[in-house]
Design a protein around this ligand. Structure first.
Ligand SMILES: [Fe+2]
Length: 327
């Protein structure tokens, strides 16, 4: 399974949303009608990674999307989810192939597809690059009351734990990935399920500053909520923006990648830069032996100290979350 397509936000003013996502974030409009915007990053060939639907209701995130490589994997996913007693249904979604809607073990509405209408990559067409020139979708962050339950469920469907945060023996944050990136989906303990943010990769710090400058010029100086700053995990520079409806979007640079293995002093196997403090477990270990959540604080499975509440947590406390699937 790959995290790629496509999450669905609501907007009370689609024109404002269009301006924000094209001029500030730098996404491309793949298609649009009176009530819906389909957006993608500059290097994305899939038709959309973000769908925004007009609604006069309070803003919401309807669902988060994931993609599998083969169509037949959708049938296996449906069988797996149904075996766990989770509701599944096939739905018709414009520009998408066979689409499965379901719910994860902590109540997050999911949409899973294998195929989608294709559009040309525009990453080399610099004349169309705007604002942050967002290139590709990177990750979601969801808040849930039961982080351990969420992480256990996602490891059961092929995700690996890249990092975690504990308060004593209690898991309060889990970073999971299926691609060779620091994380594809993050769960943090709080009420939920609620959508905290989505993130798009941008290529350089100038693009981040241009996104912030553009937001100011277009009348949204307050949309820069947090940052720019630098993450611990992956060492990426980031900025968090709030769109006109209050949905949070992170723009971040690619992680610092070392040829060979992690450059920390702890001998971990990550091929991106961990900072030697956050307890990155060995991806190799987790690939072949999905880790049980009860082991998250077990030092036998990590050469690092069990992680105390990270320095990133205080920043989350100032951020509100949007309930997922409330519309
Ligand atoms: Fe993030």
């Amino acid at each position: 399974m790959e995290i790629q397509a496509s999450h669905v936000f609501t907007s009370r003013d689609l024109a404002k949303s269009r301006e924000f996502y094209t001029e500030v974030v730098g996404l491309l409009v793949s298609d649009e009608d009176r009530n819906t915007l389909y957006l993608r990053g500059l290097e994305e060939r899939a038709h959309h990674s973000l769908v925004i639907k007009h609604s006069d209701e309070p803003s919401a995130c309807h669902r988060v999307g994931m993609r599998v490589f083969e169509d037949e994997e959708l049938d296996r996913a449906k069988h797996h989810f149904e075996r766990l007693g989770l509701p599944c249904q096939w739905v018709d979604v414009p520009f998408q192939g066979r689409t499965l809607q379901t719910v994860d073990a902590v109540g997050t509405p999911l949409e899973i597809v294998a195929t989608m209408t294709q559009r040309p990559r525009r990453d080399m067409d610099v004349q169309v690059h705007r604002g942050g020139a967002a290139r590709r979708f990177d990750h979601y962050q969801i808040t849930v009351p039961e982080v351990a339950k969420a992480a256990e469920f996602y490891t059961s469907i092929g995700f690996r734990i890249a990092d975690y945060i504990t308060a004593g023996e209690h898991a309060v944050g889990a970073f999971l990935h299926v691609k060779d990136t620091p994380y594809d989906i993050v769960f943090v303990e709080r009420d939920g399920p609620a959508f905290h943010h989505c993130a798009y990769i941008i290529m350089h710090i100038q693009a981040m500053l241009r996104a912030c400058d553009t937001a100011g010029v277009l009348g949204w100086p307050d949309c820069v909520e947090y940052g720019p700053g630098k993450h611990a995990l992956g060492h990426s520079y980031y900025v968090y923006l709030l769109d006109p409806d209050g949905h949070r979007v992170e723009l971040l640079l690619p992680p610092i990648v070392y040829m060979g293995r992690c450059a920390c002093d702890f001998g971990c196997d990550a091929n991106y830069a961990c900072d030697g403090m956050l307890g990155i477990a060995s991806p190799k270990l987790l690939v072949f032996q999905p880790i049980a959540i009860s082991r998250m604080g077990d030092r036998k499975h990590s050469r690092h100290q069990p992680t105390a509440i990270s320095r990133e947590i205080p920043s989350l406390d100032c951020m509100t979350s949007r309930r997922v699937g409330s519309a």
